[in-house]
Design a protein around this ligand. Structure first.
Ligand code: MN
Length: 745
């Protein structure tokens, strides 16, 4: 006993000793990473900030168990090394969590370090504080942007803070990881892009994917690793014939062949539907030259000429961002050429200065600001200020408008008279109509671009000349929403639709009132319950769907008994729903299985909770899921890969709950598959249904198929027990002759 106590007394200080040394080591690493010039005051301030932070955080530990102080030191190092920020930012980064978490006050900081650093720390504290209140992340986003205008370093340090937190997210519980990842991909990745912090954007996206789709992430990472040698060999072969000519130019140069990010490769696999092995542009060859500013453009084009003398260029892939830099400051000359073995290779040609801007974005841009040319960020900040000041819509709309209108780059187009109009990149011909005038948008019937008729959803290209035809009888329809991207057009169409829906809804309301009179139930007493039953948020939505014929009032007696003047829901026993019901999208998620499978929500059995499986992503047992508390229809279970997940988690993080499957009974889940293939006669459908119902023994709930010119696309709704069974089914179907793809909806 005595020995044991002695032993403990000895090990405790030893551990403290070790941690102390570790902290000092990390601090020295930080000092070494600072590249900007510093005077004695700077050095003194950094030392003082370090000592205050060490003392203030001395009792705290991170989730991983390590001393908390390692976090601010690392954030400061990222600011210095990866963004290239100077002493002011480093001091602020070291202190970024003290006001929030410890008893050091803002006044203390102001007294010791002055106004500027206090302002930055204050901005950072306010941003962090947002996590502790039940406020939508959209509000948070608005705050992030306002601090951008106070001192852009607040946002840059916040980026470093977020990056370090993302890098060390491993020790957090899964539902928190998902929430943080969603917010990162929703706010921080696009903001990093807009500020020209390409490295940050890329790493954010990769780290988010690592959390939301861990298997896919590991798969791509492993394949990249496996093909590394082969890539190096190829890049050397590509460069060999041009190296001599490059040396003859007489400026030092270096080349890199870094692969593209895991996220962007995966995106390609997903959107182009090709396997990893068939993606040829896995990497871009970069040629970076060390030359004086005034020689940049001339020499870069000289290099272009050297490269394309040997490798055949693809003219439409030439991008000259040297003559016209991107609006986030990016400068570079890009081309794609046909390399050895007929493979497409992207070549990026730039100077060291351009490379630093590309890597470090705004901060580097700042450094070179004096050299000449107008500052692209000044214009952007003016726009941010405008939007922040003129915004009276709610926070979520604000974020969406902001994302489309200020994160994107611009497209330059002309009116028939030759006036220049600037719209966000990706804007359509219809956006242009609304940009000219709301009435022009409302009544737009046809659009000509460069004298040719185009669809309303045509994506504008730089230099397009756009001519709009209008008619008094034209009015917006629901489908227009899919053809616009700008906030203005979207909100104008939405309000026109609302008015239209209200008019239509009157018809539905009358029909429902007639039906209720017929069934002898009271309208006011039952209408809200009915809306909720069908999964609508309001009477107006219910009325509209009735008017559109999407809800068959004749079926009401199938779902309800009449007791007194009230409708009482029947308890459903059967799995299958009437076939006629499948076009009623809002009913699909409700009570379609018998006996709920075991699900835990926030760690508690969910059997008694009012939850439904979301229609949008149709989760089945075994899927990675989370619960979302809706405004009026209880809990909805979504897959973490659901297209709506990012939006929900980022904007309504406080409504997200952890959900996990425990075990299953033998309840079935509805899973929807999209199947495409070559239509080789009536045999395909027969083979499909035979395979599913006979070979795999599954029930088909509904099946629809459409095709033309030998190609078909089918949607099939199956009842499965769990994810494994579903995956086996997908694999089996993929192997059938004539089937080219099988994907979950
Ligand atoms: Mn922090």
């Amino acid at each position: 006993m005595q020995n044991q106590i002695n032993g403990m007394q000895k090990t405790m200080p030893r551990r403290e000793e070790e941690e102390k040394r570790l902290i000092q080591r990390e601090y020295r690493k930080l000092l070494k990473s600072i590249k900007s010039k510093m005077d004695t005051t700077d050095r003194h301030n950094i030392r003082m900030a370090y000592e205050i932070a060490v003392e203030a955080h001395s009792k705290q530990r991170r989730k991983s168990g390590e001393p908390y102080i390692l976090h601010p030191i690392e954030v400061a190092r990222i600011c210095a090394e990866e963004i290239g920020l100077g002493p002011t930012a480093i001091v602020a980064a070291l202190l970024h969590d003290v006001v929030e978490d410890t008893n050091v006050s803002l006044k203390d900081i102001k007294d010791r370090f002055g106004d500027r650093i206090a302002t930055i720390v204050d901005g950072l504290t306010k941003l962090d504080g947002m996590y502790n209140v039940a406020s939508p992340q959209a509000e948070n986003f608005k705050k992030v942007l306002s601090t951008l205008l106070v001192d852009v370093r607040v946002v840059l340090i916040k980026m470093a803070d977020r990056l370090h937190n993302m890098r060390t997210l491993g020790s957090m519980p899964r539902h928190k990881q998902l929430k943080i990842a969603a917010e990162t991909s929703f706010i921080y990745a696009p903001l990093a892009h807009r500020l020209g912090l390409y490295n940050f954007k890329t790493e954010f996206q990769d780290l988010c994917m690592k959390i939301t789709e861990p298997e896919k992430y590991q798969e791509v990472a492993r394949k990249l690793q496996e093909t590394k040698q082969e890539r190096t060999r190829y890049i050397n072969e590509f460069l060999k014939p041009i190296n001599d000519a490059l040396r003859d130019i007489g400026y030092p140069y270096r080349t890199t062949g870094r692969p593209k990010s895991i996220y962007s490769i995966w995106n390609k696999i997903k959107t182009k539907k090709v396997p990893f092995e068939e993606i040829y542009d896995l990497f871009a060859v970069r040629i970076i030259l060390d030359l004086p500013k005034q020689k940049e453009k001339q020499v870069c084009w000289q290099v272009y000429s050297i490269v394309t003398d040997v490798h055949t260029p693809i003219p439409e892939r030439l991008k000259d961002w040297i003559t016209t830099p991107k609006s986030n400051g990016y400068e570079s000359l890009h081309t794609t050429v046909i390399g050895p073995e007929g493979r497409y290779v992207e070549v990026q040609i730039r100077s060291e200065r351009m490379d630093e801007i590309a890597e470090k974005g705004f901060a580097a841009h700042w450094k070179y600001k004096g050299i000449g040319g107008q500052d692209v960020f000044d214009t952007w900040f003016d726009n941010v200020r405008d939007i922040l000041e003129n915004q009276d819509s709610d926070a979520i709309e604000f974020v969406n408008d902001f994302k489309t209108n200020l994160f994107n780059e611009e497209v330059y187009v002309y009116t028939p008279k030759g006036d220049l109009k600037i719209l966000p990149k990706g804007a359509t011909a219809l956006d242009f109509a609304f940009h000219i005038h709301t009435d022009v948008g409302y009544h737009c019937t046809a659009i000509k671009v460069n004298k040719k008729l185009v669809p309303l959803g045509y994506k504008l290209q730089n230099g397009d000349q756009v001519f709009i035809t209008t008619s008094k009888n034209q009015k917006p329809t629901e489908s227009w929403l899919k053809m616009v991207v700008t906030g203005k057009a979207r909100s104008k169409i939405r309000s026109a639709m609302k008015e239209e829906r209200r008019k239509q809804g009157e018809i539905g309301k009358e029909a429902l009132q007639r039906k209720f009179r017929n069934m002898k139930v009271d309208y006011e007493e039952n209408v809200d319950m009915l809306a909720k039953f069908f999964g609508f948020n309001s009477r107006a939505d219910l009325n509209f769907e009735i008017a559109m014929g999407n809800i068959n009032l004749a079926d009401l007696r199938d779902f309800f008994n009449v007791e007194g003047n009230k409708l009482v829901e029947k308890v459903s026993e059967t799995v299958a729903e009437p076939e006629s019901d499948k076009n009623t999208p809002t009913r699909a998620g409700r009570k379609k299985y018998t006996g709920k499978p075991r699900l835990l929500i926030n760690g508690e059995p969910a059997d008694d909770m009012d939850y439904v499986l979301a229609n949008c992503c149709g989760p089945v047992l075994g899927d990675d899921v989370f619960a979302y508390l809706t405004v009026s229809s209880g809990l909805k279970i979504h897959r973490t890969t659901c297209p709506n997940a990012t939006h929900l988690m980022a904007n309504y993080g406080y409504r997200i709950m952890k959900a996990e499957w425990v075990t299953s009974g033998d309840s079935s889940f509805v899973a929807d598959l999209i199947i495409t293939g070559i239509d080789s006669g009536p045999g395909v459908i027969e083979r499909l249904t035979h395979n599913i119902s006979t070979d795999l023994g599954l029930n088909i709930r509904s099946f629809s198929i459409a095709g033309n010119e030998g190609y078909f696309e089918g949607r099939i709704s199956l009842l499965v027990l769990n994810k494994d069974q579903l995956n086996v089914t997908i694999r089996e179907l993929q192997n059938l002759e004539g089937i080219s793809s099988v994907t979950r909806v």
